[in-house]
Design a protein around this ligand. Structure first.
Ligand code: G6P
Ligand code: MN
Length: 471
């Protein structure tokens, strides 16, 4: 099986490589990245890890995709520098500057959708049978755009819903809730619905019993679940759900804007500095060994220590906030594991239940998971994955009206942005910014569009239509 990783120069790629090498599912691995420098560094790191799985690295997209069985897409269009612009422009207007949520997320979507639509077209031409696993953010709307080209052969993934499910499962088992579970039993029925980074866990069966109502009653158990602590026990009880961690930005919008504004650096600024340092040091280490094996081993050591440092910072930050993070919540964010589990379920016909980003209805059929939403809208819902593909499970109950409203407004704004990216319409982009539930202002929408256009050169190439004819 051939796997192509798009974004092959990424910091987390060695984690994926280690996971793949511990298994014999993937026999051919190709790394693609548009940056030869980043790709070169990760190429050295992987060689230095001394694992048996062979791989090649290329900056030629078509060469990388040809004949792939799986494509794993995790790219960051505009890099960390682009992320910082997304954050700062919004924060300067008193709005949320965050990677995937609010104004920042829309700006990120606007420049990413054109690229990922092109990628989807190349996959359709060169690897039409491939399964594409999209981690590229904002994963919901990006997957939706790719789905217009690839249909059901593309699914989006995120590590946050499964993270929540695992925490709840662990708490339930430790408290002896639920029915008896077999050793190593995979997760039971999950009642989760939403969009990517905007979802709700409404029930979870452990040993055949829904454990959520009992957990919601007990402070000591809720205290173990980060998502419940951040939004408050009264809120989760009132709604009888546990939220995806990103719901915090909707419920505590002003607090989030304030704390990001007051912090010495945004997340993007922090990562640019930290990663810049890693790529420079690792490159120097590889070169000191004349790009030979000794150099690669040193690059791998630099990577391993950068990873340890990242995890230590994360744990320390959590402690400062009065939390104890557990190792399993930190290790790589679960990113590599989700991808490998999905590929294994398909390639080995090993049925797995996973929360994935899929169409509201399969292409070509009318049966919708959420009847009120468009058939081609991408939802994040539990699916059973097996050798015949990805099968969303019917929802266990209708979506509450307030949740439906939030999902609809969020995706309506993102769809405007998608149309803007595909047609070049400035008017669609303006409406997208204006109508987002965390912005809600045509004036601020106009200002955001102007400021992002001024700061992101690439957006001036994408948005070329003034829409005079319609105004
Ligand atoms: C989680 C989310 C991803 C997001 C990442 C950000 O893993 O599910 O969608 O990209 O966090 O992590 P970072 O370290 O880049 O801030
Ligand atoms: Mn995610």
């Amino acid at each position: 099986m051939k796997l192509t990783i798009l974004g092959g120069g990424g910091f987390r790629v060695p984690l994926v490589y280690q996971a793949l090498a511990a298994d014999d599912l993937i026999t051919e691995l190709v790394l693609f990245d548009s940056s030869p420098d980043r790709l070169g560094v990760i190429d050295s790191v992987l060689r230095g890890l001394d694992l048996a799985l062979p791989f090649t690295a290329t900056t030629d997209l078509d060469e990388a995709l040809t004949g792939a069985d799986f494509v794993f897409a995790a790219i960051r269009v505009g890099g960390a520098a682009g992320r910082i612009v997304d954050e700062r422009v919004a924060l300067n207007l008193g709005l949320l500057g965050q990677e995937t949520i609010g104004a920042g997320g829309l700006s990120y979507a606007l420049r990413t959708i054109s690229v990922m639509t092109h990628v989807a077209q190349r996959i359709a031409a060169l690897a039409p049978q491939a399964w594409t696993i999209n981690f590229t953010n904002p994963a919901g709307i990006v997957t939706e755009a790719m789905r217009a080209v690839l249909g059901d052969r593309v699914v989006g993934i995120c590590d946050t819903p499964i993270g929540l499910v695992r925490r709840v499962q662990r708490v339930a088992e430790a408290a002896g809730l639920g029915g008896p579970t077999g050793a190593g039993e995979s997760v039971g029925a999950i009642d989760y619905v939403g969009l990517n980074h905007l979802g709700w866990l409404r029930g979870l069966e452990v040993g055949g019993r829904d454990v959520l109502p009992a957990i919601l009653e007990r402070d000591d158990l809720l205290d173990e679940i980060e998502e419940a602590r951040t939004v408050g026990f009264d809120w989760v009880r009132a709604h009888q759900v546990l939220p995806n961690e990103y719901l915090f930005y909707y419920l505590f919008h002003e607090d989030a804007v304030r704390s990001i504004t007051e912090a010495p650096a945004t997340r993007g600024e922090f990562l640019l500095e930290q990663q810049g340092e890693f790529y420079r040091t690792a490159e120097a280490a590889a070169q000191a060994g004349n790009s030979g094996h000794a150099g690669a081993e040193r690059a791998a050591e630099v990577w391993a220590s950068a990873l340890r440092e990242r995890e230590a910072t994360y744990m320390a930050e959590a402690r400062d906030e009065g939390e104890e993070r557990r190792e399993e919540d930190v290790a790589g964010g679960g990113y590599q594991e989700v991808a490998l589990r999905l590929m294994t379920a398909i390639a080995r016909n090993r049925p797995e239940r996973m929360i994935l980003d899929v169409g509201n209805a399969p292409t070509g059929s009318g049966e919708r998971l959420v009847p009120q939403l468009p058939h081609d809208l991408v939802l994040e819902v539990p699916c059973v994955v097996d050798g015949s593909g990805v099968h969303p499970e019917p929802l266990r109950s209708p979506v509450a009206l307030d949740q439906l409203g939030l999902m609809a407004r969020q995706r309506a704004a993102e769809r405007r942005i998608m149309r803007a990216a595909l047609t070049g319409s400035k008017r669609e982009a303006w409406l997208g910014f204006s109508e987002h539930p965390l912005i809600e202002s045509p004036q601020l929408g106009r200002q955001l569009l102007d400021d992002y256009l001024a700061e992101h050169a690439v957006l001036r190439e994408i948005l070329t239509e003034e829409d005079h004819s319609e105004s």
